[in-house]
Design a protein around this ligand. Structure first.
Ligand SMILES: Cc1cc2nc3c(=O)[nH]c(=O)nc-3n(C[C@H](O)[C@H](O)[C@H](O)COP(=O)(O)OP(=O)(O)OC[C@H]3O[C@@H](n4cnc5c(N)ncnc54)[C@H](O)[C@@H]3O)c2cc1C
Length: 286
């Protein structure tokens, strides 16, 4: 199928984009096009105006700034995956990216596009949640910061007004001595995950000093397992502690869809949580 007709806009600056967003009705931003183009072609989305971000200055780059890694919204997923800085300081992000689609889709797809598309199973949304990301959003009133935890407002619906855009994402750096792991179950390599799990452990001495546990694919947004995180802190990394954390998955809410029923997602959650914790602990010990 072909998209419904739309007017194409090719701005060069963030200010121009914001002017267009403020003045046009039913406009949509185009980033890597890896989700939007299929949606246009299948006529799931039919904007009257398409605003292309690909030639806008100042939306790309990966840099360490004040205890965080800041990534421009239009930075390609493959550039992040290959970044020496990301691999050294945020290996969890690089590992999660290796599960996102295929190398070809990552060459075009952007971090901002994936976050704003907000697919329930998107690996980047899950890992941003695990890392307590802060989003930089620009609109007519200037820049505002938004926690990733407040970003999903419903199924594939980010907390962005029609005249706003995401410009960057900041990922706070965990201590250098941490262990993290991202694991998922998908039907085929490159498919969206049915369930994914991200674990991050900071171990001081022989005890867990900090734990972050996130599941993706269960509902509109990722789920942080706050009870399990609290249970782990102060414990020694052990089979018993990880088993108890994974047992918390028995009570979580999960969606059913044609891919998998809720009970199956819950069961996967427990298995993947334990697996991610074991791998994170092994990596923390190295
Ligand atoms: C074959 C295939 C397999 C895939 N598998 C996976 C997978 O396993 N996991 C996964 O997570 N994804 C997968 N994807 C989707 C891919 O990750 C997309 O890259 C991503 O969802 C969207 O990023 P994009 O840059 O292409 O954004 P686009 O498709 O251009 O845009 C997506 C949405 O975000 C909005 N948007 C984009 N940028 C901004 C911004 N700066 N501010 C506000 N709104 C913005 C757009 O208006 C649009 O609504 C797959 C895609 C394909 C084609």
């Amino acid at each position: 199928m072909k998209p419904a007709p739309f007017a194409y806009h090719d701005p060069r600056s963030i200010e121009e984009v914001l002017e267009l967003l403020a003045s046009l009705d039913n406009a949509r931003l185009l980033a890597g096009g890896q989700s939007l183009m299929p949606m246009l072609n299948m006529r799931v989305a039919f904007p009257d105006h398409l605003i292309d971000l690909n030639r806008v200055e100042g939306l790309t780059g990966i840099a360490e700034e004040g205890g965080s890694i800041r990534i421009g919204a239009m930075t390609r997923q493959r550039d992040i995956e290959e970044s020496a800085l990301v691999r050294a300081r945020l290996p969890l992000l690089a590992e999660a990216l290796s599960h996102v689609g295929h190398r070809q889709t990552r060459n075009r797809g952007t971090i901002g596009g994936s976050l704003c598309n907000l697919d329930p199973s998107a690996e980047l949304v899950a890992v941003a949640t695990a890392l307590d990301a802060v989003l930089e959003v620009q609109g007519p009133a200037g820049m505002r910061e938004l926690s990733i935890h407040d970003f999903p407002t419903g199924f594939m619906t980010p907390a962005l007004a029609p005249e706003e855009m995401l410009t960057a994402i900041r990922l706070p750096l965990p201590p250098a001595r941490h262990g993290a792991a991202f694991t998922e179950f998908a039907r085929r390599h490159g498919d969206y995950a049915i369930v994914s799990a991200a674990a991050l452990l900071v171990i001081e001495g022989s005890r867990i000093a900090r734990a972050s546990l996130t599941l993706g694919g269960l509902g509109a947004g990722p789920l942080r397992l706050r009870n399990a995180e609290a249970m782990l802190v102060g414990e020694a990394p052990s089979e018993a502690a990880f088993g108890a954390a994974a047992a918390e998955c028995a009570g979580i809410e999960a969606m059913s869809d044609p891919q998998a029923p809720a009970w199956y997602r819950r069961r996967l959650s427990a298995v993947l949580t334990r697996r991610a914790l074991e791998t994170a602990a092994a990596r923390a010990a190295v």
